[in-house]
Design a protein around this ligand. Structure first.
Ligand code: PGA
Length: 257
């Protein structure tokens, strides 16, 4: 983390977990136990149907509510889809875009991800853009090239002004949900490389102020070492964010001096 230049953001990604009733219980407990967080922002990205309950309970707290996906068109004949404007109208502030599960299981291409980034920005949302290599790419030594390509494709046409609202999450696919967290050095190396790509695309000032999270089996025990890396500005947390105690511990860690 480097709080002098950029925000530390701890974000939960619930994926397809918790009903609206369970969301109410979690949000009440989180709100009640939340410390005075001055040093980091907190986001909870919940399933679409849980958004109203989360927003209602977390309204006057320091926790912003996020979504996990959106459709790139503003409206239209897209049965089952949700637009950025629908999310913004519910007071959603963030949206995860390009998560590897969406790329893999729902066939999301770089072009679709780019369209979704624009849709989010046009509606005033803050996209959390996920990038990350798989094990084969890591073993072949092409991690940095691959991530540089993903970033350039997803951010095509995004202006410097808009870039101020974009959060990047480095999520190595081999670390997601596996318990195989990247070492702090591995996470730090790739997050620094991401900042290098942003520097080339947007210049030093924007690169310096962009929040770059790490995600992939981050939990209450490894968060401290990961966040100590200069270029790791927070976490996108799946499994550990389903448990209020664990999520709160990670928040406490990020909120430390
Ligand atoms: P995990 O998920 O913390 O369970 O590895 C992270 C993510 O996929 O965002």
């Amino acid at each position: 983390m480097n709080r002098k230049y950029r925000k530390t953001i701890i974000a939960g990604n619930w994926k397809m977990h918790k009903t609206a009733s369970q969301t109410k219980v979690f949000a009440e407990r989180l709100k009640g136990a939340l410390p005075r967080v001055k040093r980091c922002s907190i986001v909870l990205c919940v399933p679409y149907v849980d958004i109203p309950a989360a927003v209602k309970i977390l309204k006057d707290s320091r926790v912003a509510v996020g979504a996990q996906n959106l459709h790139w068109e503003a409206s239209g004949p897209f049965t089952g889809e949700i637009s950025a404007a629908m999310l913004a109208d519910l007071d959603v502030k963030y949206v995860i875009i390009g998560h590897s599960e969406r790329r893999e299981y729902f066939g999301e291409s770089d072009l679709i991800i780019n369209k979704k980034i624009h849709a989010a920005l046009n509606a005033g949302l803050r996209p959390i853009l996920c990038v990350g290599e798989d094990l084969e790419q890591r073993d072949l030594g092409v991690t940095l090239e691959f991530i540089s390509y993903q970033l350039k494709a997803a951010l095509a046409g995004v202006s410097s002004e808009e870039m101020r609202r974009v959060v990047i999450a480095y999520e190595p696919i081999w670390a997601i949900g596996t318990g195989n967290t990247a070492t702090p050095e591995q996470a730090g190396e790739v997050c620094a490389a991401i900042r290098g790509v942003l520097r080339k695309l947007y210049g030093a000032r924007i690169a310096r102020s962009t929040t770059i999270q790490y995600g992939g089996s981050m939990n209450e025990t490894n968060a401290e070492a990961l966040l100590r890396q200069e270029d790791v500005d927070g976490g996108l947390i799946g499994t550990a964010a389903l448990d209020t105690e664990k999520f709160l511990q990670i928040i406490q860690t990020a909120n430390q001096d």
